[in-house]
Ligand binder design. Sequence first.
Ligand SMILES: NC(=O)c1ccc[n+]([C@@H]2O[C@H](COP(=O)([O-])OP(=O)(O)OC[C@H]3O[C@@H](n4cnc5c(N)ncnc54)[C@H](O)[C@@H]3O)[C@@H](O)[C@H]2O)c1
Length: 264
Amino acid sequence: MAETTTGRTVFITGAAGGIGRVAVERFVSEGDAVVLADLSLEAVQKVADEIAERYPDAKMLSLAVDQSSEESLREARKAIEDWSGSLDVIALVGGTVQAVGASVLELTTEEWDRVHNTNLRGVFLASRELVPLLPKDSGASVIAVASYWGRSGHAFYSSYCTSKAGVISFVQCLAGELAESGIRVNAVAPGNINTGMHQAALASEAVERGISFEEMRDIEWAKIPLKVAGPPKSIADAIYFLSSDNASYMTGATVDVNGGVIFV
Ligand SMILES: NC(=O)c1ccc[n+]([C@@H]2O[C@H](COP(=O)([O-])OP(=O)(O)OC[C@H]3O[C@@H](n4cnc5c(N)ncnc54)[C@H](O)[C@@H]3O)[C@@H](O)[C@H]2O)c1
């Protein structure tokens, strides 16, 4: 197998988010070219501009991509074909949480579908549309971001938990299909990571309980064996590792990076 850990072309969804932007910088810092994809072109371009200040020679392409839309992903594929012709790494970081906790008896079909469309259908569609850009037998790989909430169910969050459990299963299915082509497929299951998504979840739970954000944060962080929400870099490092030759014998795996919040 060819050595592939520098000078690669990497596609990252959720690139304007807390974990995604750190993942972009991780790959750029290693000399890889990166396609930054997220819902807002303005938001990803801002991330690219910030990273370019630290890495003036970085090769980056900003794209508005909705990973829940076939049409949007097909447009992205055309843009990538024009820009680089192929990809070496597909990192599907984009995701969304349920707007509010709701029991199965109260959860609307629209909210179930909205979460699943991005988190699970989006991982399926992005894989179907973009895996053809990965060369065979050259160390290429797909990495999807699941969640520790996909490792076990949580009351009132059935849509989010099942979408992420689906991602863990999906990477096993795709890994089995692509093994013959020498393309690896893995997932990372983060625990609580200190991004906007985590802070928004703490803030809404604090409002529901009538306590301050700080009190809510202390309650939640006290439940984590390592006593703190993880830095986004911990997930970016795991994504990078899975894409690298150091993980060349790993496929179909989900790597738990969660401060010990669940032991699988
Ligand atoms: N932060 C955590 O505690 C945590 C824990 C477990 C799993 N995760 C997962 O990690 C991933 C990144 O989360 P984050 O903390 O950076 O959240 P974030 O909200 O900061 O970033 C998520 C990004 O995904 C983008 N996105 C949403 N829907 C999209 C779509 N349809 N197409 C393309 N992009 C879309 C958003 O615009 C946003 O930029 C998500 O999949 C999330 O479910 C996060």
